[in-house]
Design a protein around this ligand. Structure first.
Ligand code: GLA
Length: 387
């Protein structure tokens, strides 16, 4: 990211080159395993990426918020004397949702100019939205001297997405973006927020993120549909167990009583969540024991369950994963994030990297007509001020 060029863009857009702005960065995230478990109070294992969103921000005296992005055409100016309202299908809902949350917490927000610039692909399942929310929340916290803790900012950003944007997401993305640590994955219990940084630097092995470049149409409404299906599963099971979330049931408990869920689709949704939860625990044990091959097998099993039980993969993700798994030197491969398009994550022996990118890219293109993009990802630090 060429910060100097972006600063010049900021001044070109907003003028007043004698008044210096501040600059913040929030990463995106990749989830290694534990998919669609967070809003069920389950376990996840994500890490923050080296890619993310840069925010150049400057307070102004007028009661206005001006929002511009170098990635999106849409830009806007809103007046702080009016109510903040959602703008259908626009990226500005992420920062505006955070401003709305600060106002709801009685933080006086003054006028400001903001320029966002991302080097993660948007809408690709790498949490560009959580990254925009968290960089805004972190910057506002700093500039208003609000003293919210990182956990407060994480919860507030999740609320912005739930209440303002309208996606009933869990807490994983905002948590990973806020708490990420270089060379570590975050083992997180999404019900209690208890967490442990797990060293994740694998000798001779790279973490490769591949983007299907499939447009994720209707992803938000399908996501909310899955959230509702899990709630229905809880309703069926609460005749037998005193639970409010699916993760409160162990794999063994579910195995014994699964037939009590009369609806076959809902049973499969619950089966995914509860087995995936167990897979996260097993994966952390594998990392602990340095058993990376078994870790890869769990990644593969996770994808299979997301495909067959949870039905959030689709042809493009399935093809990219299947082609990846054929390459010798691939330890494991799965979709990452919400699904319905977006990205896969694979662990690849370094000596197989060129073959991986070449052959998987070629076969994926032959089968889908799309070109995949490949990134070697590094587990990185969370949100921070950079200038
Ligand atoms: C999206 C949501 C997360 C999580 C994942 C699926 O990224 O924002 O909260 O539910 O999907 O694991």
């Amino acid at each position: 990211m060429d910060l100097q060029a972006h600063l010049e863009l900021f001044f070109k857009h907003f003028g007043k080159p004698d008044q210096n702005p501040s600059i913040y960065f929030a990463p995106g995230r990749v989830n290694l395993i534990g998919e669609h478990t967070d809003y069920n109070g389950g376990f996840v294992l994500p890490c923050a990426l080296q890619y993310g969103t840069y925010l150049i921000i400057r307070p102004i005296t007028e009661p206005k918020i001006r929002l511009v992005s170098t990635n999106m055409d849409y830009q806007t100016e809103i007046s702080l004397t009016d109510d903040i309202i959602r703008i259908e299908d626009q990226w500005v809902n992420y920062p505006l949702g955070v401003v709305d949350q600060f106002l709801k917490h009685d933080v006086p927000i003054g006028g400001m100019e903001l320029l966002f610039s991302g080097d993660i692909p948007s809408n690709a399942g790498l949490s560009s939205s959580a990254s925009i929310e968290m960089v805004t929340a972190f910057a506002l916290n700093d500039l208003t001297g609000s003293n919210f803790s990182m956990i407060d900012l994480i919860k507030l950003s999740q609320k912005a997405e739930n209440q303002f944007v309208g996606v009933n997401c869990g807490i994983m993305d905002q948590f990973a973006v806020g708490m990420g640590e270089k060379d570590h994955a975050i083992f997180l219990n999404c019900r209690t927020l208890e967490n442990k940084m797990v060293p994740f630097r694998l000798d001779g092995i790279s973490m490769v993120v591949a983007n299907t470049n499939k447009q994720r149409g209707l992803a938000d409404s399908k996501y909310n549909e899955r959230v509702a299906e899990c709630q229905l599963a809880v309703t069926y099971l609460s005749d037998l167990f005193d639970i409010s979330q699916l993760s409160e049931i162990s794999f063994m408990q579910f195995y014994k009583i699964q037939d009590q869920i009369p609806d076959e689709v809902i049973r499969r949704r619950a089966r995914h969540v509860i087995s995936e939860n167990q897979r996260v625990l097993n994966s952390v044990a594998c990392l602990w024991n340095n058993n990376i091959l078994e870790f890869g097998a769990l990644m593969n099993a996770s994808h299979e369950s997301l495909r067959d039980n949870y039905e959030v993969t689709g042809f493009e993700l399935d093809t990219l994963v299947a082609e990846a798994q054929k390459i010798p030197g691939v330890i494991g491969s799965r979709m990452t994030g919400a699904g319905f398009g977006g990205c896969t994550v694979s662990l690849v022996m370094n000596e197989s990297l060129d073959q991986f990118v070449g052959e998987v890219g070629k076969r994926y293109n032959q089968k889908t007509g799309l070109n995949a993009d490949f990134y070697v990802a590094e587990a990185s630090d969370g949100v921070k001020e950079i200038l």
